[in-house]
Design a protein around this ligand. Structure first.
Ligand SMILES: [Zn+2]
Ligand SMILES: [Zn+2]
Length: 178
């Protein structure tokens, strides 16, 4: 079993390899990279956002059957995401189906009027990607604000996290191969 990251064709350029390398370092799992062949689903015109649940429906139904992946699947998309009851989400995981999605929209400095920086962006996509994949590997949320499995509500809380699992989450995940 290995993890696959699917990349929306409109993602920010050049982040795939560094993000995959960091996620591998955080989780200790091999990562495969795949182009996502569809437009993402769930666009809501009034909100100008995409419904993360609908994106996961598609990942679960079409993609797993088409490619016969056996292992966690993470889609990285530039679309801004929401779920019912929330203004936005950085990402969403559905552990029963092994699928997750992360949005780069609110991980970019320019979204907040700050100077764009690829290093910041790559760090955040890796942390959020590892977080959602952590759910797919059986981890819940962590109280430790520096742990990847901490649930950040703001960009600053996300930036405060380190690119690692705390010892408790690491132990829960158990020994990983390669
Ligand atoms: Zn979470
Ligand atoms: Zn933790």
């Amino acid at each position: 079993m290995s993890i696959h990251i699917l990349w929306d064709h409109e993602r920010p350029e050049g982040i795939e390899l560094p993000v995959a390398r960091m996620i591998k370092m955080i989780l200790g799992e091999d990562i495969g990279l795949v182009e996502y062949p569809f437009l993402v689903d769930g666009y809501d015109r009034e909100r100008n956002q995409h419904d993360a649940q609908k994106i996961l429906d598609r990942l679960q139904d079409t993609l797993t059957r088409r490619y016969e992946f056996c292992g966690p699947l993470l889609l990285v998309t530039p679309r801004d995401l929401y779920v019912n009851g929330c203004d936005f989400v950085f990402g969403l995981a559905r552990p029963v189906s092994g699928v997750a999605v992360v949005s780069t929209a609110r991980l970019r400095n320019d979204y907040y009027g700050r100077v764009p920086d690829d290093v910041d962006l790559i760090d955040r996509v890796a942390k959020e990607g590892a977080h959602e994949l952590g759910h797919l590997l059986g981890l819940g949320h962590c109280e430790n604000p520096e742990c990847v499995m901490f649930r950040p509500r703001t960009l600053d809380e996300l930036d405060r996290k380190k690119k690692m699992l705390c010892p408790v989450c690491r132990e829960t995940l158990g020994p990983r191969e390669g």
